[in-house]
Design a binder for this molecule. Structure first.
Ligand code: GUN
Length: 298
């Protein structure tokens, strides 16, 4: 029985963070510029609080100027837009991220589109989406999760995915759609699947590269996966696990890791795969933004 390589996203993210930290120190020494990241969190969503804490901690460890704005769950749309306007005009801030999901009364579209495209380190602004879709990634911000997935895919298969079939499971704006654009740009033949796709397991079985981003615990099984495929698990599902006879809450992905490892060539674990890479790509985007505002290469 084959056993797939476990792709160590945590180690790769730590390596990248070291190089970002070095480049940040050089930007400060040579140009007196410190990358600034502002993270806005609205309300009390516990998962969002954990993500935001991790982003702040990583930004600080890279040597960034890091600020967090915490607004009450009942903050109004004008409150949020006023804050974004201030951050858009703050020269010490190069990247702005509003943590999603937002409380239901807020207009997510209007809020993400209010962020200046040049500070949109999430890559959610229509200008950045348009550039990515048109293949103009040299001056676009690419959403962090797909950007991190792409680096791990390139490590396994190289930069040119000509002749490879890639199947993306999930059509979200944050992951599925930008992931498909990146894969297409790397010459893969790309299929996006979603809840209305028929015979999903058969579509996945044709894939050399599988990206699972649906939010269904352990959905992708070994008998869906082509032998030798590279499988990237974007899912972060909170589930009850039995450890030593005791019930505990734990994280699991959209891929049944142990099962899929018996057929795939390489699989990302959850936790320790895509998650740490996403945070590091946010730092990479913020450093890039700071360099671009200084007139340097991104
Ligand atoms: N919530 C879950 N993932 C993300 C992300 O990549 N960016 C933002 N802003 N919110 C998120």
């Amino acid at each position: 029985m084959t056993v797939a390589k476990r792709i160590d996203g945590k180690a790769k993210a730590a390596e990248l963070a070291e190089s970002i930290t070095r480049d940040t120190a050089a930007l400060m020494d040579e140009h007196g510029i410190k990358p600034g990241l502002a993270v806005v969190i609205i309300g009390e969503d516990p998962a969002s609080q954990v993500y935001v804490r991790n982003k702040k901690r990583t930004a600080e460890s890279c040597g960034f100027h890091s600020v967090q704005h915490t607004l009450d769950a009942d903050a109004s749309q004008p409150d949020v837009l006023t804050l974004i306007d201030q951050l858009n005009n703050d020269n010490a801030i190069h990247g702005i991220l509003v943590q999603l999901p937002l409380p239901g009364h807020l207009d997510e579209q209007a809020i993400t589109q209010a962020i200046a495209p040049s500070k949109d380190v999430d890559g959610f602004h229509f200008v950045n989406i348009g550039k990515l879709t048109a293949g103009q990634t040299s001056d676009a911000f690419v959403p962090c999760t797909p950007a991190g997935c792409m680096l791990m895919i390139e490590d396994e298969l190289g930069n040119d995915l000509s002749g490879k079939n890639a199947v993306v499971i999930g059509r979200s704006n944050i992951v599925g759609k930008p992931m498909a654009s990146l894969l297409l740009q790397a010459n893969a033949t790309v299929t996006i699947t979603h809840s209305r796709t028929r015979d999903l397991s058969q579509v996945v079985a044709a894939a050399d590269i599988v990206i699972a981003a649906v939010g269904r615990p352990d959905m992708v099984k070994a008998d869906w996966v082509k032998p030798g495929a590279v499988v990237i698990d974007v899912g972060i599902n909170r589930v009850e696990k039995i450890v030593d006879g005791e019930s505990k809450m734990g994280l699991t992905g959209d891929v049944d890791f142990d099962d899929v490892c018996t057929v795939a060539a390489a699989v990302t674990p959850v936790p320790g795969g895509v998650g740490p890479m996403t945070i590091t790509m946010l730092m990479a985007n913020t450093l890039r933004s700071a360099r671009l505002t200084a007139g340097l290469d991104g």
